[in-house]
Write a protein that binds this ligand. Structure first.
Ligand SMILES: Nc1ncnc2c1ncn2[C@@H]1O[C@H](COP(=O)(O)OP(=O)(O)O)[C@@H](O)[C@H]1O
Ligand SMILES: [Mg+2]
Length: 268
Protein backbone atom coordinates (compact mmCIF):
# COMPACT_ATOMS: atom_id res chain seq x y z
CA UNK A 1 0.00 0.00 0.00
CA UNK A 2 1.32 3.45 -0.87
CA UNK A 3 0.36 7.05 -1.56
CA UNK A 4 -0.89 7.99 -5.01
CA UNK A 5 0.83 11.02 -6.55
CA UNK A 6 -0.47 12.92 -9.53
CA UNK A 7 2.37 15.14 -10.68
CA UNK A 8 1.67 18.00 -13.11
CA UNK A 9 -0.47 15.78 -15.32
CA UNK A 10 -1.72 17.16 -18.64
CA UNK A 11 -3.63 15.46 -21.41
CA UNK A 12 -4.09 17.04 -24.80
CA UNK A 13 -6.07 15.07 -27.37
CA UNK A 14 -5.31 15.68 -31.04
CA UNK A 15 -8.32 15.43 -33.30
CA UNK A 16 -8.20 14.20 -36.92
CA UNK A 17 -9.06 17.71 -38.19
CA UNK A 18 -5.84 19.04 -36.66
CA UNK A 19 -7.39 20.80 -33.64
CA UNK A 20 -6.61 19.84 -30.05
CA UNK A 21 -8.56 19.48 -26.81
CA UNK A 22 -6.87 20.25 -23.51
CA UNK A 23 -8.73 17.65 -21.45
CA UNK A 24 -6.44 18.14 -18.45
CA UNK A 25 -3.97 20.88 -17.67
CA UNK A 26 -1.35 20.67 -14.99
CA UNK A 27 -3.15 18.56 -12.40
CA UNK A 28 -1.21 17.90 -9.21
CA UNK A 29 -2.67 16.00 -6.31
CA UNK A 30 -1.41 13.71 -3.58
CA UNK A 31 -3.79 11.09 -2.28
CA UNK A 32 -2.74 9.40 0.93
CA UNK A 33 -3.05 5.68 1.42
CA UNK A 34 -6.52 4.89 2.71
CA UNK A 35 -7.99 8.24 1.72
CA UNK A 36 -11.49 8.52 0.24
CA UNK A 37 -11.51 11.20 -2.44
CA UNK A 38 -14.48 12.27 -4.55
CA UNK A 39 -14.13 14.18 -7.80
CA UNK A 40 -16.97 16.37 -9.02
CA UNK A 41 -17.30 18.65 -12.03
CA UNK A 42 -19.45 19.47 -15.04
CA UNK A 43 -19.54 17.12 -17.99
CA UNK A 44 -16.43 17.35 -20.14
CA UNK A 45 -14.06 18.65 -17.46
CA UNK A 46 -11.80 15.63 -17.77
CA UNK A 47 -12.91 13.42 -14.87
CA UNK A 48 -12.96 10.19 -16.87
CA UNK A 49 -9.71 11.11 -18.61
CA UNK A 50 -8.06 11.60 -15.21
CA UNK A 51 -9.35 8.26 -13.94
CA UNK A 52 -8.21 6.47 -17.10
CA UNK A 53 -4.75 7.94 -16.62
CA UNK A 54 -4.74 6.81 -12.97
CA UNK A 55 -5.76 3.33 -14.10
CA UNK A 56 -2.98 3.28 -16.69
CA UNK A 57 -5.40 2.93 -19.63
CA UNK A 58 -4.18 6.26 -21.05
CA UNK A 59 -0.70 7.78 -20.99
CA UNK A 60 -0.71 11.50 -20.14
CA UNK A 61 0.89 13.92 -22.60
CA UNK A 62 2.59 15.65 -19.66
CA UNK A 63 3.53 14.80 -16.09
CA UNK A 64 3.32 11.44 -14.38
CA UNK A 65 1.46 9.27 -11.87
CA UNK A 66 3.23 7.39 -9.13
CA UNK A 67 1.95 4.84 -6.66
CA UNK A 68 4.57 4.95 -3.93
CA UNK A 69 7.86 4.97 -5.80
CA UNK A 70 6.53 3.14 -8.84
CA UNK A 71 5.58 5.12 -11.92
CA UNK A 72 2.28 4.10 -13.47
CA UNK A 73 2.91 3.00 -17.05
CA UNK A 74 -0.05 0.71 -17.71
CA UNK A 75 -2.94 -1.17 -16.10
CA UNK A 76 -2.07 -3.17 -13.00
CA UNK A 77 -3.87 -5.19 -10.36
CA UNK A 78 -2.75 -2.63 -7.78
CA UNK A 79 -5.25 -0.19 -9.28
CA UNK A 80 -8.75 -1.61 -9.70
CA UNK A 81 -11.57 0.04 -11.64
CA UNK A 82 -15.33 -0.03 -11.07
CA UNK A 83 -17.32 1.29 -14.03
CA UNK A 84 -20.84 2.68 -14.15
CA UNK A 85 -22.32 -0.54 -15.47
CA UNK A 86 -22.01 -3.32 -17.98
CA UNK A 87 -18.47 -4.36 -17.20
CA UNK A 88 -19.37 -7.75 -15.73
CA UNK A 89 -18.96 -11.03 -17.62
CA UNK A 90 -22.58 -11.81 -18.49
CA UNK A 91 -21.90 -15.46 -19.28
CA UNK A 92 -20.34 -16.22 -15.89
CA UNK A 93 -22.04 -16.78 -12.56
CA UNK A 94 -21.73 -14.18 -9.80
CA UNK A 95 -19.07 -16.26 -8.03
CA UNK A 96 -17.09 -16.75 -11.26
CA UNK A 97 -17.17 -12.99 -11.86
CA UNK A 98 -15.93 -12.22 -8.36
CA UNK A 99 -13.22 -14.89 -8.52
CA UNK A 100 -12.03 -13.87 -11.99
CA UNK A 101 -8.91 -11.93 -10.94
CA UNK A 102 -7.55 -14.52 -8.48
CA UNK A 103 -8.29 -17.27 -11.05
CA UNK A 104 -6.28 -15.43 -13.69
CA UNK A 105 -3.52 -14.99 -11.12
CA UNK A 106 -3.46 -18.77 -10.65
CA UNK A 107 -4.49 -18.81 -6.99
CA UNK A 108 -5.49 -22.20 -5.52
CA UNK A 109 -9.14 -23.16 -5.83
CA UNK A 110 -9.81 -23.37 -2.09
CA UNK A 111 -8.34 -19.92 -1.51
CA UNK A 112 -10.44 -18.42 -4.32
CA UNK A 113 -13.62 -20.05 -3.02
CA UNK A 114 -13.00 -18.70 0.46
CA UNK A 115 -12.22 -15.22 -0.79
CA UNK A 116 -15.31 -15.14 -3.02
CA UNK A 117 -17.49 -16.32 -0.15
CA UNK A 118 -16.12 -13.62 2.15
CA UNK A 119 -16.55 -10.88 -0.44
CA UNK A 120 -20.12 -11.89 -1.32
CA UNK A 121 -20.87 -11.59 2.36
CA UNK A 122 -19.20 -8.14 2.56
CA UNK A 123 -21.29 -6.76 -0.29
CA UNK A 124 -24.53 -8.34 0.94
CA UNK A 125 -24.80 -11.05 -1.72
CA UNK A 126 -24.31 -14.19 0.34
CA UNK A 127 -26.17 -17.06 -1.30
CA UNK A 128 -26.13 -15.41 -4.75
CA UNK A 129 -22.88 -16.99 -5.98
CA UNK A 130 -24.56 -19.41 -8.40
CA UNK A 131 -26.88 -16.82 -9.96
CA UNK A 132 -26.27 -15.56 -13.46
CA UNK A 133 -25.39 -11.89 -13.70
CA UNK A 134 -28.43 -11.11 -15.87
CA UNK A 135 -30.72 -12.38 -13.12
CA UNK A 136 -29.59 -9.56 -10.82
CA UNK A 137 -30.90 -6.00 -10.49
CA UNK A 138 -28.64 -3.06 -11.38
CA UNK A 139 -27.76 -2.45 -7.74
CA UNK A 140 -26.84 -6.09 -7.19
CA UNK A 141 -24.70 -6.05 -10.32
CA UNK A 142 -22.76 -3.10 -8.93
CA UNK A 143 -22.28 -5.07 -5.71
CA UNK A 144 -20.74 -7.82 -7.83
CA UNK A 145 -18.53 -5.24 -9.57
CA UNK A 146 -17.29 -3.96 -6.20
CA UNK A 147 -16.60 -7.49 -4.97
CA UNK A 148 -14.80 -8.41 -8.20
CA UNK A 149 -12.59 -5.37 -7.85
CA UNK A 150 -11.80 -6.13 -4.18
CA UNK A 151 -10.97 -9.75 -5.04
CA UNK A 152 -7.71 -8.53 -6.62
CA UNK A 153 -6.82 -6.82 -3.35
CA UNK A 154 -5.87 -3.56 -5.11
CA UNK A 155 -4.13 -0.69 -3.28
CA UNK A 156 -6.36 1.84 -5.02
CA UNK A 157 -9.95 1.55 -6.21
CA UNK A 158 -11.01 3.89 -9.01
CA UNK A 159 -14.72 4.39 -9.54
CA UNK A 160 -16.22 6.24 -12.51
CA UNK A 161 -19.81 7.18 -11.62
CA UNK A 162 -20.33 3.69 -10.14
CA UNK A 163 -23.81 4.47 -8.84
CA UNK A 164 -24.91 6.76 -11.66
CA UNK A 165 -27.33 4.33 -13.28
CA UNK A 166 -29.17 3.32 -10.11
CA UNK A 167 -32.52 4.52 -8.81
CA UNK A 168 -32.45 6.89 -5.83
CA UNK A 169 -33.18 4.37 -3.10
CA UNK A 170 -30.72 1.77 -4.37
CA UNK A 171 -28.16 4.49 -4.82
CA UNK A 172 -28.48 5.54 -1.21
CA UNK A 173 -27.99 1.97 -0.02
CA UNK A 174 -24.94 1.62 -2.24
CA UNK A 175 -23.45 4.85 -0.87
CA UNK A 176 -23.64 3.22 2.55
CA UNK A 177 -21.96 0.12 1.14
CA UNK A 178 -19.08 2.13 -0.35
CA UNK A 179 -18.48 3.75 3.05
CA UNK A 180 -18.65 0.38 4.81
CA UNK A 181 -16.16 -1.21 2.40
CA UNK A 182 -13.85 1.79 2.71
CA UNK A 183 -13.87 1.43 6.50
CA UNK A 184 -13.47 -2.36 6.42
CA UNK A 185 -10.72 -2.57 3.83
CA UNK A 186 -8.77 0.66 4.41
CA UNK A 187 -8.34 0.98 0.63
CA UNK A 188 -7.62 4.25 -1.13
CA UNK A 189 -10.73 5.15 -3.14
CA UNK A 190 -11.09 7.78 -5.85
CA UNK A 191 -14.72 8.19 -6.86
CA UNK A 192 -16.06 10.32 -9.68
CA UNK A 193 -19.62 11.51 -9.49
CA UNK A 194 -22.03 13.98 -11.07
CA UNK A 195 -24.02 14.28 -7.87
CA UNK A 196 -23.07 17.03 -5.43
CA UNK A 197 -24.72 15.17 -2.57
CA UNK A 198 -22.81 11.98 -3.37
CA UNK A 199 -19.53 13.87 -3.66
CA UNK A 200 -20.11 15.40 -0.22
CA UNK A 201 -20.97 12.05 1.34
CA UNK A 202 -18.31 9.93 -0.33
CA UNK A 203 -15.32 12.20 0.00
CA UNK A 204 -13.19 12.93 3.02
CA UNK A 205 -11.69 15.20 0.45
CA UNK A 206 -13.72 16.61 -2.43
CA UNK A 207 -12.03 17.87 -5.57
CA UNK A 208 -14.10 20.16 -7.81
CA UNK A 209 -12.86 20.29 -11.39
CA UNK A 210 -13.50 22.97 -14.01
CA UNK A 211 -13.52 22.53 -17.81
CA UNK A 212 -11.61 24.00 -20.76
CA UNK A 213 -8.95 23.23 -19.87
CA UNK A 214 -9.78 20.51 -17.32
CA UNK A 215 -8.25 21.60 -14.02
CA UNK A 216 -8.71 21.58 -10.26
CA UNK A 217 -10.98 24.45 -9.28
CA UNK A 218 -11.52 23.92 -5.55
CA UNK A 219 -10.81 21.42 -2.83
CA UNK A 220 -12.59 20.69 0.46
CA UNK A 221 -11.91 18.56 3.50
CA UNK A 222 -15.20 17.18 4.73
CA UNK A 223 -16.42 15.40 7.86
CA UNK A 224 -19.43 13.66 6.31
CA UNK A 225 -17.86 10.40 5.07
CA UNK A 226 -16.36 9.71 8.48
CA UNK A 227 -19.74 10.37 10.12
CA UNK A 228 -21.58 8.32 7.52
CA UNK A 229 -19.56 5.24 8.45
CA UNK A 230 -21.35 5.03 11.78
CA UNK A 231 -24.51 7.08 11.29
CA UNK A 232 -27.63 6.91 9.16
CA UNK A 233 -26.80 8.64 5.87
CA UNK A 234 -30.11 10.47 5.86
CA UNK A 235 -29.26 12.05 9.19
CA UNK A 236 -25.88 13.13 7.85
CA UNK A 237 -27.57 14.68 4.81
CA UNK A 238 -29.85 16.63 7.14
CA UNK A 239 -26.99 18.29 9.04
CA UNK A 240 -27.05 22.09 8.57
CA UNK A 241 -23.39 22.12 7.52
CA UNK A 242 -24.15 19.49 4.86
CA UNK A 243 -26.84 21.73 3.38
CA UNK A 244 -24.54 24.75 3.46
CA UNK A 245 -21.77 22.95 1.62
CA UNK A 246 -24.24 21.56 -0.91
CA UNK A 247 -25.58 25.03 -1.72
CA UNK A 248 -22.10 26.50 -1.96
CA UNK A 249 -20.87 23.81 -4.35
CA UNK A 250 -24.08 23.80 -6.40
CA UNK A 251 -23.70 27.54 -6.98
CA UNK A 252 -20.10 27.02 -8.00
CA UNK A 253 -21.05 24.34 -10.56
CA UNK A 254 -23.95 26.46 -11.80
CA UNK A 255 -21.60 29.35 -12.47
CA UNK A 256 -19.31 27.07 -14.42
CA UNK A 257 -22.19 25.65 -16.44
CA UNK A 258 -23.46 29.15 -17.21
CA UNK A 259 -20.04 30.17 -18.36
CA UNK A 260 -19.94 27.18 -20.68
CA UNK A 261 -23.51 27.74 -21.90
CA UNK A 262 -22.76 31.42 -22.42
CA UNK A 263 -20.23 30.44 -25.03
CA UNK A 264 -22.91 28.54 -26.93
CA UNK A 265 -26.27 29.94 -28.08
CA UNK A 266 -28.73 30.89 -25.38
CA UNK A 267 -31.27 28.11 -24.80
CA UNK A 268 -34.86 28.87 -25.80
N1 LIG B 1 -10.19 9.88 -26.81
C1 LIG B 1 -10.51 11.17 -26.92
N2 LIG B 1 -10.25 11.87 -28.05
C2 LIG B 1 -10.55 13.17 -28.15
N3 LIG B 1 -11.15 13.90 -27.16
C3 LIG B 1 -11.44 13.26 -26.02
C4 LIG B 1 -11.15 11.88 -25.83
N4 LIG B 1 -11.55 11.51 -24.57
C5 LIG B 1 -12.08 12.63 -24.03
N5 LIG B 1 -12.01 13.69 -24.88
C6 LIG B 1 -12.43 15.07 -24.62
O1 LIG B 1 -11.80 15.49 -23.43
C7 LIG B 1 -12.67 16.25 -22.61
C8 LIG B 1 -12.84 15.59 -21.26
O2 LIG B 1 -13.58 14.38 -21.41
P1 LIG B 1 -13.94 13.41 -20.19
O3 LIG B 1 -12.70 13.08 -19.47
O4 LIG B 1 -14.75 12.30 -20.73
O5 LIG B 1 -14.84 14.37 -19.28
P2 LIG B 1 -15.87 14.01 -18.09
O6 LIG B 1 -15.66 12.60 -17.69
O7 LIG B 1 -15.55 14.99 -17.02
O8 LIG B 1 -17.25 14.25 -18.65
C9 LIG B 1 -13.98 16.38 -23.41
O9 LIG B 1 -13.94 17.58 -24.12
C10 LIG B 1 -13.91 15.18 -24.34
O10 LIG B 1 -14.65 15.44 -25.51
MG1 LIG C 1 -16.96 10.92 -17.53
Amino acid sequence: MADLKIEAVSMTFSLPNGSTIEALKDISLEIAQGELVSVLGPSGCGKTTLLNILAGFLAPTGGQIRLGKTEVTGPDRARGMVFQQGALFEWMSVAKNVGFGPRMAGRPRAEIDARVEGLLQSVGLQGFGDKAVYELSGGMQQRVALARCLANDPDVILMDEPLGALDALTREKMQGLVLKLWKETGKTIVLITHSVEEALLLGERLIVMAPRPGRIHAEYRLPFAARGVGEDLRMVKRLPEFGERRDEILSMIWEMEEEIMGKAEAPV
